[in-house]
Design a protein around this ligand. Structure first.
Ligand SMILES: Nc1ncnc2c1ncn2[C@@H]1O[C@H](COP(=O)(O)OP(=O)(O)OP(=O)(O)O)[C@@H](O)[C@H]1O
Ligand SMILES: [Mg+2]
Length: 321
């Protein structure tokens, strides 16, 4: 089975800021692909660009986003609206704030459903009950207003709303960051079960590598607007290829140890207005070679992932794809 979503050479700028730089990846059918990286690495920009929800001055400069054989980049807003939500749905960190404060939860589900397909009242009521049950919210809350729910409940409603039309692809942008640990656990543990039932694929964006490793089948690591590595989640945990991934794993406390030691990565993130050649991570990289400062590493496919790193290529003898 081919890729459900095929992103090729996507480049996004905000004026002089090159926030996403020549990013390519595929999302396979039924897969959860994690996207991880420090703050400002371009994760949200990538998520917004894929759904064409970028706000000005954000602009897709080049590249394609092929969804079921169709490139979304040149599509008009009215055609995108038919696809968004019903086929390609988004849950943002502030998803809970996207709920309309002046209508009940039930009415919001109803509006979303009816905007895409005709459905009778009884069927809608049943669907609302089912969706709320999925995210562990009692049916009676359907007749409540968003402000009557806690933040965690609202975020779960936002997830249920994203799922209601059974989209093929879901994009989660830090869906658990604003939530307490208990709700976070619930969402992480249930996402895989929801996927079994609804058979969606997902991009799961987070700055928290621990969460991503737990939830994702494969992990894409972003640095300075680029994907620097993609690997199977378990393989990446055992054997990271890119020195940045290695450094991220060191920041991530060993779940088997009692002592939680978080080691930050020394140095500062790159300036995204800087487009000089070389590897953006080189100034912070303990493995940097001379060439890393002058020659931009190319992302080389390896297995069902890949890596953009001179050192990894030399060290690992990684064959050119
Ligand atoms: N509306 C905007 N105008 C100008 N620059 C922006 C805008 N939105 C984002 N940027 C810049 O683009 C870069 C990438 O931002 P983005 O929000 O995609 O990163 P992120 O990886 O999602 O970070 P975080 O983990 O903090 O959410 C940053 O340098 C940011 O300052
Ligand atoms: Mg973000």
């Amino acid at each position: 089975m081919g890729a459900l979503l095929d992103v090729q050479h996507l480049t996004v700028t905000y004026g002089a800021v090159h926030a996403v730089r020549d990013v390519s990846f595929q999302l396979d059918s039924g897969e959860i692909l994690g996207i991880v990286g420090e703050s400002g690495s371009g994760k949200s920009t990538l998520g917004y660009a894929v759904t064409k929800l970028l706000r000005p001055p954000g602009t897709i400069q080049s590249g394609s986003v092929i969804f079921e054989g169709q490139d979304l980049v040149p599509l008009a807003e009215k055609d995108l609206r038919k696809i968004r939500w019903s086929q390609l749905a988004v849950v943002m960190q502030s998803g809970m704030n996207a709920l309309n404060p002046v209508t009940t939860i039930r009415k919001q589900f109803e509006d979303a459903i009816l905007a895409h397909k005709p459905m009778g009242r009884a069927a809608i009521d049943e669907r609302v009950r089912e969706m709320l049950r999925l995210v562990n919210i009692e049916a009676r809350y359907a007749d409540h207003y968003p402000h009557e729910l806690s933040g965690g409940m609202k975020q779960r409603v936002a997830i249920a709303m994203a799922l209601v039309l059974e989209p093929k692809v879901l994009i989660f942008d830090e869906p658990t960051t604003a939530l307490d640990v208990v709700v976070q656990r619930f969402i992480v543990q249930n996402l895989k079960a929801l996927r079994e039932k609804y058979n969606f694929s997902a991009l799961f964006i987070s700055h928290d590598l621990g969460t991503v490793l737990e939830i994702a089948d494969r992990v894409a690591v972003m640095y300075g607007g680029k994907i620097v590595e993609i690997q199977d989640a378990r393989a990446l945990l055992r054997n990271p290829w890119h020195p940045y991934t290695e450094a991220l794993l060191k920041c991530f406390p060993d779940p088997r140890s009692d002592t939680i030691e978080v080691v930050g990565i020394p140095g500062t993130p790159p300036d995204l207005a800087d487009v000089r050649p070389g590897c953006a991570f080189a100034p912070r990289c303990h493995r940097a070679l001379d060439m890393c400062r002058t020659v931009t590493p190319v992302y080389e496919p390896v297995g069902d992932g890949g890596v953009a790193c001179h050192w990894a290529e030399i060290q690992g003898g990684i064959a050119h794809g």
